[in-house]
Design a protein around this ligand. Structure first.
Ligand code: FAD
Length: 334
């Protein structure tokens, strides 16, 4: 592999039902900094059906070029079609860095493309940089339960790829009227030759919990004890228009589903406000919420380790303070 042939920073621009998913725009912000450092173009990859018009938005958020494949075969995400489309683009245009949002589809696609073009992939990165001297992408992520940051290099293969969770990177301020180049490509697959078909899309009756994109999270720990305690946390969340999070112990107690779990084996969250109620602060929990903008912890044990990461701490019995807070917020937010 001649590494010198690979130039440019690419971002997978995810869209759902014709609307851009925020994480793609966030990655354009991060990608812009890398591209400027390397003095190369920042390019988006946009796939779907009737999606070409979305390209102009990506220019406003920093893209110089967008590779578009607009084809009915790409209407719904399928590993088979998207992997082929992206794989062909990579083989033809040879980018050196390729970023994807760590959404369900982004994670699936990135790992499929990594095998398709035989390169490496770093998952769930939180810090991106380049070593200019060696022209190497440095993708860093927490490792060993968040106790160290590991910087992962892909020295011998290209593109150097990474996934980044939503809300970890920041969008640039849009520059209205900023323009770029749209490069239209096609896909050579035929529907009748595909192994997978989307027969029907069944939406979950219950709105899925979207912790990763939540702005306020009120999280319950084992200190809330039982269903009554969990209800109390839900009521506070309700008043604040917040999403309910939970520690693993609370999920294991059967008080809520795993989709509420924050931490190493749950969601990694970065809300503006995270209120931890009756959570001790085990490293496996903290690794999933420590990057929240503001953390308020409520715990009746003054030595609870959650206070080490909290910006504000309340040493109190949750059963006394939480209903009071709910009442006060109700009045204030009326
Ligand atoms: P506890 O540790 O039991 O803490 C309860 C807290 O409530 C205590 O600090 C106590 O002082 C306080 N309290 C009690 N009564 C009150 C009251 N009346 N008012 C106020 N405070 C009160 N955990 C996760 O959360 N997420 C994960 O993704 C996760 N992944 C894991 C993966 C692995 C491989 C392993 C080994 C563990 C994982 N864990 C995870 C579990 C983790 O180690 C802890 O066991 C868990 O986070 C503890 O949950 P907790 O804080 O709710 O409970």
């Amino acid at each position: 592999m001649n590494l010198e042939e690979y130039r440019g920073v690419w971002v997978f621009i995810e869209q759902r039902e014709g609307k851009l998913v925020d994480v793609g725009l966030e990655l354009l912000g991060a990608g812009r900094a890398l591209a400027d450092k390397l003095e190369v173009d920042l390019c988006g990859v946009l796939l779907g059906s009737n999606v070409k018009d979305l390209a102009k938005d990506t220019f406003e958020y920093g893209a110089d070029k967008v590779y578009v494949i607009d084809d009915p075969i790409l209407e719904q995400y399928r590993t088979e079609t998207y992997m082929k489309a992206v794989g062909d683009l990579v083989r033809k245009y040879k980018p050196e860095i390729f970023l994807y949002g760590a959404t369900a589809n982004g994670k699936d696609l990135a790992s499929a493309v990594a095998t398709e073009v035989m390169t490496g992939l770093t998952a769930d990165t939180t810090l991106l940089d380049v070593n200019l001297e060696k022209r190497l992408f440095e993708a860093s992520r927490p490792a060993f339960g968040g106790n160290i940051m590991a910087t992962i290099l892909c020295k011998k293969h290209r593109p150097q790829m990474a996934t980044v969770r939503p809300k970890v990177m920041k969008k640039l301020d849009p520059q209205p009227g900023r323009v770029g180049e749209v490069i239209e490509e096609s896909i050579s697959l035929k529907e009748e030759n595909l192994k997978t078909k989307v027969i029907e899309i069944v939406r979950s009756a219950k709105a899925a919990v979207n912790l990763e994109e939540a702005e306020i999270i009120v999280s319950a720990g084992k200190g809330i004890k039982d269903e009554k305690g969990f209800k109390m946390v839900e009521q506070l969340a309700d008043v604040l228009n917040a999403t309910v999070g939970a520690s693993r112990d609370v999920v294991e107690m059967g008080l809520c589903g795993h989709d509420h779990q924050v931490g190493q084996t749950g969601a990694t969250v970065t809300p503006k406000l995270y209120i931890a109620i009756g959570i001790s602060g085990a490293v496996q929990h903290v690794v999933g919420m420590q990057n929240s903008e503001m953390i308020i912890a409520i715990n009746n044990d003054p030595d609870a380790t959650i206070f080490n990461v909290a910006h504000f701490g309340v040493v109190a019995d949750a059963f006394e303070i939480v209903p009071l807070l709910t009442e006060e917020f109700k009045k204030a937010l009326k």
